[in-house]
Design a protein around this ligand. Structure first.
Ligand SMILES: Cc1ncc(COP(=O)(O)O)c(C=O)c1O
Length: 366
């Protein structure tokens, strides 16, 4: 049997007619950039998460970039973040001339370890950028407390966590801003690139809206230098269709995760979801010190897997200039050697789920 890691065709087939109607609606409107489609999608997401404002942009990388700019983070400032994330998180900090300061992760949730944040703070620290990795919230009470005590801004990288909850509250409602990715493999995905910024502050909302259109609060009046960073009407229209099914899809992912948990907990370390957290299981990531042979075995059996992430950012050539070395963040380094993400898309069949389980158990001789 072949089990794909992700097969978007299965997601799109049952809603193809609706997607085609959305395409026609936008085509006929002749409004392709921003527009009412984007405005309505922004309102729908803001209502869903519970923030006052949502600003559609072209992707999450730029959502993080615009957040940093709007919060006044600039050259010479430091931003504390995790080394165990997709490169974009730290990349944008460096791109604007600030310094990413890495902080090790918790061994069980893979999220930034709040107990270690304090030792990363210096007189140059301006912000903390936690990532809600694999769809589970970071420990936001502790992070927000440190931020308030040290007058730091917080940007939530919620690229992977739209709909995830921390103590009953949605991710995206804690930081000064929060950034969503609608990249094609995300739980809620556009048919291309798309992203969004959430905030409760009107001033930030105004600033970010201006940043996304070349720093203009009024057409052809440029208060500062900005970007071309708008969400397309077409992508917003597709996302609005998928958004109707989103909670149902995430519930299905949770059911698959529960099956994996029960069937695999005696052979590998299954994901630890903290009490009070509700994960959207963007990834279902196990850990084992036999990761590479297990992955090879599963490949031979037709089961696709993925590694998020094979090298922590402090050891990537792009960040060598920061001067970090092997051993600086032992938990992130260990995780990068041991993590393996299993197929978790909502459209997996029971046969496929059982087959993945059977293969993993076979590998461990069970
Ligand atoms: C944690 C994290 N941050 C940022 C991004 C960047 O998102 P985008 O691809 O929409 O720019 C991603 C996307 O993979 C991500 O996983």
């Amino acid at each position: 049997m072949k089990v794909p890691f992700i097969d978007l065709g299965r997601q799109h087939k049952p809603i193809k007619k609706e997607l085609m109607q959305a395409f026609e609606r936008v085509l006929d409107s002749n409004k392709f950039i921003l527009s009412d489609e984007v405005k309505q999608f922004e309102e729908e997401v803001a209502t869903y998460v519970g923030t006052k404002y949502a600003i559609g942009v072209s992707n999450c990388t730029n959502a993080l970039l615009l957040s940093l700019r709007a919060l006044g983070v600039a050259s010479g400032d430091e931003v504390i973040t995790t080394p165990f994330t997709f490169v974009a998180t730290a990349e944008v900090i460096a791109i604007i001339g600030a310094k990413p300061v890495f902080c090790d992760i918790e061994s069980d949730t893979f999220n930034i370890d709040p107990e270690k944040i304090k030792e990363c703070i210096s007189s140059m620290t301006k912000a903390i950028m936690p990532v809600h990795l694999y769809g589970q919230s970071a420990d936001m009470d502790k992070i927000m407390k440190i931020a308030h005590e040290n007058q730091l801004k917080v940007i939530e990288d919620m690229a992977q966590s739209l709909g995830a909850k921390y103590k009953g509250k949605m991710t995206g409602t804690f930081g000064d801003t929060a950034c969503i990715s609608y990249y094609v493999t995300k739980n809620l995905s556009a048919l291309g690139d798309a992203g969004m910024i959430l905030t409760n502050e009107q001033e930030l909302d105004n600033k970010i809206r201006a940043f996304r259109v070349h720093g203009a609060s009024k057409k052809y009046h440029h208060d500062f230098l900005g970007y071309n960073d708008r969400l397309d009407a077409m992508q917003a229209a597709f996302l609005r269709i998928k958004f109707k099914y989103y909670d149902d899809w995430n519930a299905k992912r949770r059911r698959i995760a529960k099956k994996y948990d029960e069937a695999l907990e005696d052979v590998v370390t299954v994901p630890k979801i903290n009490e009070g957290n509700e994960s959207i299981y963007h990834q279902y990531t196990i850990r084992t010190n036999k990761r590479d042979p297990l992955r090879e075995f599963l490949k031979e059996k037709g089961v696709d897997t993925a590694i998020h992430y094979p090298a922590p950012l402090h050891l990537q050539p792009a960040f060598r200039y920061l001067g970090y070395k092997e051993g600086d963040f032992p938990e992130a380094e260990k995780a990068s050697r041991e993590v393996l993400s299993l197929p978790i898309q909502q459209d997996l069949t029971d046969d496929e789920i059982n087959y993945v389980i059977e293969c993993i158990r076979n590998f461990f001789g069970k």
